[in-house]
Design a protein around this ligand. Structure first.
Ligand SMILES: *Cc1c(COP(=O)(O)O)cnc(C)c1O
Length: 398
């Protein structure tokens, strides 16, 4: 099969990441010159002959098992992730849950980072527990000390770096080195960095997961999950994914692919604006600390600098102690920052958070209320003005 603009395998080997996201997985010659792979809707795929049918000779066999639109998007993602294959799922959470189901069974033990996306924890505490898998939460800063937590039946270690809401950086290569030596599968939720800014497989991670809902989609109009895996883990992922009957619509695959084409330029802007806002917030009298690994003062900065090639637009701040009514006044005053979960779209967002609500392996002991910001693609001068007037309302209500 030909993939037009890349090296013919669709891998985009040798091309730089910003070029790969533009060219990989497209084959205009195959579609009468149209730049984008069309949205192909379909369940039934017809075979030309009896012989083709019984020997499965067609490129496609049945809608659930893939079509030109999903295949094109998978090829582009594979070029970026550098793994052995991509499985697409209907949400980021399902990408986490299907990956875990692929490598765990009754009697197994899972090491799960305490700073994981909260619904991933709920999946472990409810579904995995019911299926006979025991989960132990670990401190994200454990590093090579993960070795002390491994049991005879530990089959998987799940990472997320930086951590959800609080942005602790994990020493990924220290953990994967221990896991590889013990034959334990590693998984990472890489939604924050995307494979443009952190390459999980290059750091020894077997399964790389993204909520494509966030930066891959990039426009707050899609729920999507992506799983990239290598070696034996890839065989397990694709078998479990196929057996469970997980599939995404060709429309969603086309939206995901459309987002991917502009990922590099969007992330460059999210990075620039995010860092400028983080630095500005560090100097605000209302702010105690900014949690952003690209700031030189951040405790995770050395690891971020060693392993990552960029930072995206999501970070948090800890306010100085104020009563809740003042926090409410701050949020209610925001005009450009929307109050809403999710992130990764073109728009700026703000939510309050408190990690004491759910963490079990670490102590969340901070000076004041937590605020998570997503810096979108607006002009930062307008975003600063919006926060400035919201801080004024906060002070007035304190
Ligand atoms: C949003 C998110 C998810 C889940 O994605 P959905 O599409 O909402 O299911 C998983 N992990 C992280 C880190 C996220 O931010």
């Amino acid at each position: 099969m030909s993939h037009g603009h890349d090296d013919g395998t669709g891998s985009g080997n040798g091309l730089r990441p910003a070029t790969k996201v533009v060219h990989s997985g497209r084959d205009p010659k195959r579609f009468d010159g149209f730049v984008n792979t069309p949205v192909v809707r379909g369940s039934t795929v017809l075979s030309a002959t009896y012989d083709d049918l019984i020997h499965h000779r067609g490129r496609y066999s049945y809608g659930r098992r893939g079509n030109p639109t999903t295949e094109s998007f998978e090829t582009a993602l594979k070029a970026l992730e550098g793994g052995d294959g991509i499985a697409l799922t209907p949400s980021g959470l399902s990408a986490c849950s299907i990956s875990l189901l692929s490598v765990l069974g009754a009697g197994d033990h899972l090491l799960m980072v305490d700073t994981a996306y909260r619904p991933t924890r709920t999946f472990c505490d409810q579904v995995l527990k019911r299926l006979g898998v025991e989960t132990t939460y670990y401190d994200p800063l454990v590093g090579a000390g993960i070795a002390d937590l491994i049991r005879d039946n530990t089959r998987a270690i799940f990472l997320e770096s930086p951590g959800s809401q609080s942005f602790e950086m994990q020493d990924v290569p220290a953990i994967t080195a221990v896991a590889r030596a013990r034959g334990i599968t590693t998984l990472i939720d890489n939604t924050w960095a995307t494979p443009l800014f952190f390459k999980p497989h290059a750091f020894g991670v077997d399964i790389s997961i993204q909520a494509g809902t966030k930066y891959i989609g990039g426009h707050a109009d899609l729920n999507l999950g992506t799983i990239s895996a290598v070696g034996p883990a890839w065989k397990k992922v694709i078998a479990t994914h196929g057996t469970l009957g997980i599939t995404i619509s060709p429309d969603d695959a086309a939206l995901g692919a459309r987002g991917l084409r502009t990922l590099a330029v969007r992330l460059a802007q999210h990075q620039r604006s995010g860092l400028e806002m983080a630095q500005w917030l560090q100097d605000r009298p209302e702010v105690s600390r900014v949690l952003h690994p690209a700031l030189p003062t951040d405790p995770g900065h050395a690891i971020w600098k060693r392993d990552f090639t960029g930072a995206t637009g999501l970070f948090s701040l800890i306010l100085k102690e104020v009563p809740e009514r003042a926090v409410a006044a701050f949020f209610d005053a925001l005009a450009l920052f929307g109050m809403g979960y999710s992130w990764g779209g073109y728009e700026s967002l703000a939510i309050p958070f408190d990690c004491r609500d759910y963490r079990t392996a670490t102590v969340w002991d901070v000076e004041g209320p937590g605020v998570r910001l997503h810096i979108g693609l607006e002009d930062v001068a307008d975003l600063k003005a919006d926060l400035d007037q919201a801080f004024a309302r906060m002070r007035a209500a304190a």
